[in-house]
Design a protein around this ligand. Structure first.
Ligand code: NAD
Length: 249
């Protein structure tokens, strides 16, 4: 039980990866603060399943004021050990779309995927300073490392920003015991992947992955729980690639 008694805020905790991470953290004894956007029933069910005093907190991260309010509610429950910036969206927009649509998609994607994490990070750092340290784990993407597809440029850019934020926080605040790392998954076995395979066939997704399999939710949960162990301090600044060698660097 490496995380026993530690409180960890997980954003987008009711999503597929968020719930896998939350379960893995709770299995290590953590008290998870289950952030959700709209699905209160799913959040309540997850918190009940997790136990260890898990609580739910709602916030629509598309609202620029929401991340700071979310942190304030989380902090009001007691000292926080770690923040997992997991919430994210992937939207499509083409260079041929009208400028107003283009702007709207870019703005929303950057707000939810990057600015919300930036604002939560700001509030978390101030809290962690008072606590003598803390952890931030960002769920980025291979898309932010190698570039992304023409119809989803904002997604890759937002994840590249999250990776750079990870490194800057690690280098700037590591000396204060505030450690930051990121996980960058390629394809993950989620509903989105299943739909892609149903539409394009398994080969379209798997042919670029030498191990011929997508990352499982269990793998991601395990890795997040491992990266947040108090003993893992030198991972500070690391971007952990979880892509079966479909992208190496
Ligand atoms: P998901 O859609 O199942 O979960 C996303 C979560 O983010 C949901 O809980 C959702 O409620 C939350 N969210 C989205 N918009 C929100 C808003 N406005 N306010 C509050 N919450 C909001 O997707 P997932 O596959 O579990 O993705 C989780 C993270 O992993 C994302 O950051 C995603 O970019 C990243 N990722 C996913 C894959 C993949 O293959 N699924 C690969 C690489 C990275």
């Amino acid at each position: 039980m490496h995380l026993s008694g530690k409180t960890i805020l997980v954003t987008g905790a009711t999503g597929e990866i968020g719930s896998a991470i939350s379960r893995a953290l709770a299995a290590e004894g953590a008290r998870v603060l289950v952030h959700y956007g709209r699905n209160q029933a799913a959040a309540d069910a997850l918190a009940a399943e997790l136990g260890h005093g898990a609580l739910t907190i709602d916030a629509d991260l598309a609202d620029p004021a929401a991340p700071t309010q979310l942190w304030a509610k989380a902090e009001a429950t007691g000292p926080i050990y770690a923040l997992v910036n997991n919430a994210g969206i992937r939207s499509e927009v083409s260079v041929t779309d009208p400028l107003a649509d283009w702007h709207a998609v870019w703005q929303r994607e950057m707000q939810i995927n990057l600015t919300a994490a930036v604002d939560l990070t700001k509030a978390a750092i101030l809290h962690f300073r008072e606590e003598g340290g803390g952890r931030i784990l960002n769920i980025a993407s291979r898309a932010g490392q190698r570039g992304y597809s023409a119809n989803a440029l904002p997604y890759g850019v937002s994840k590249a920003g999250l990776i750079n934020l990870t490194k800057s926080i690690a280098r700037s605040f590591g000396g204060e015991g505030i450690l930051c790392s990121a996980i960058a998954p390629g394809w993950v076995e989620t509903r989105m992947a299943e739909e892609f395979i149903a539409q394009h066939g398994a080969d379209a997704a798997l042919s670029e992955i030498p191990i011929r399999q997508m990352a499982t939710l269990k793998e991601l949960g395990e890795l997040a729980a491992f990266a947040l162990r108090p003993s893992q301090r030198s991972l500070n600044g690391a971007v952990l690639d979880v892509n079966g060698a479909s992208y190496t660097r």
